[in-house]
Design a protein around this ligand. Structure first.
Ligand code: FES
Length: 117
C-alpha cells in the first residue's frame, strides 16, 4: 500500500544536489529539476552505494565525428563509487535501462513536498 509522507519544505531542496530524506527505513534522494521534483531510492543497484549523494551532472555522448558532446546537464546523478550515471526522472542506468533504482511519486502541496512510498 502506498502512503503519502511529508518529506520536507520546497525551499529545503537545492537545485544542484539531492536533499536526502529518511522515511521509515528508506533513504530517498529528492531532486528539483526544471519540470518539478523527483525522488529516487538512495541505493545504487550496482554495489549499494548512497547513489543520490553523488553529483548531479550531465553526460558525454560520442558523435559521428571524432568528438564527444556534453549534454543533459542537471538531469543525471552519478554514483560516487564507480561513476555509473542514472536518469533522475526514471531511475534508469544510462548504459542499460533495465538496471534502475526505485523511483517514487512526489506531490507538492503549497510549500510542502510529499513522497509516496
Ligand atoms: S556502487 Fe554505484 S556505481 Fe558502483
Amino acid at each position: 500500500m502506498v502512503t503519502k509522507q511529508f518529506a520536507c519544505k520546497a525551499l529545503d531542496v537545492p537545485s544542484d544536489a539531492a536533499r536526502i530524506v529518511v522515511l521509515g527505513k528508506l533513504s530517498i534522494g529528492l531532486f528539483k529539476l526544471n519540470d518539478g521534483y523527483h525522488a529516487l531510492l538512495n541505493v545504487c543497484p550496482h554495489r549499494g552505494a548512497a547513489l543520490c549523494e553523488g553529483p548531479v551532472c550531465g553526460t558525454t555522448r560520442q558523435t559521428d565525428k571524432p568528438e564527444f558532446v556534453y549534454e543533459r546537464a542537471g538531469e543525471l546523478v552519478r554514483c560516487a563509487w564507480h561513476g555509473w550515471e542514472f536518469d533522475i526522472r526514471t531511475g534508469e542506468f544510462l548504459v542499460d535501462p533495465k538496471i534502475r533504482t526505485r523511483r517514487f511519486e512526489v506531490s507538492v502541496e503549497g510549500d510542502d513536498i510529499y513522497i509516496h512510498v
